[in-house]
Design a protein around this ligand. Sequence first.
Ligand SMILES: [Ca+2]
Ligand SMILES: [Ca+2]
Length: 268
Amino acid sequence: MRQLLFVLSCLVPASLLWCQSPTASTYPTVVLNKSIYATQQDNDQDGLDDALEYELAGAFSPYLIWDDQESCSLHQTFYQVHPLEQNKIAVIYVLTFPLDCGFRSTGFVGHWGDTQDARLTLSSEDGLAWKPDDPSFGPLEKLSFHDGGHFYLYLSGGKHHTYPDAASCYQRYSGMDGCEGGPEYIEPILADHNVGEEWAPAITWLGNFGQGPYKEGYAGENAWDQSAWNDWRFCGGNSKKRFSPQCDATGLGRIWLRSASDGNSPVN
Ligand SMILES: [Ca+2]
Ligand SMILES: [Ca+2]
């Protein structure tokens, strides 16, 4: 109800309605043109319409701000739109990189493969209008939004550590991280990068997701597998290094919400 205190301005794209207050820090509301629970196609069997999952993920995608010394920005973003309790949804974005180039791209503590996640919890009263909840913990507890509704995500040079603003970028890791203001843009969200759900995954093996000099894709990486011995890491397709210290990123299968481990289950 807080946004009712503001004078709202609204734009009307083809398929959804944006409403936001005049201040960039106020949480935006995205209004879909139908309830996300009115499913026409639901291949991942979570009770959410697949096209509207994609639409919602794109509407709230992060506004990336890179460090000016970034030399390892090549990445792909995968995402999950997952039902929580009725009228609550989690949207998880995971940026995946073939390489972590170390602090400020010096190579210091760099490694093969890198994953960086950011997640929003959205609430609604009718399935149509969706607004982020206040994050209460984690590196993005001070969430703020770029004009248009995309949350700010600063990425430290080389390491890609995520921060809500430039100031907090220098408060961790003894000042070794840097967010000096390089390229910035709204991260594009692709329909075929929705991983689906554990009980009906839309993506499993990532060998077909090639890009740039890494045309072979993330060979040997799986979006959902978890290791039985707690050592399944994401290596950016460098699977031969999976069990070496050179590969030190959280596996994708440990990031998504699951029916078994998070206590949630499909809405219907
Ligand atoms: Ca769905
Ligand atoms: Ca889903």
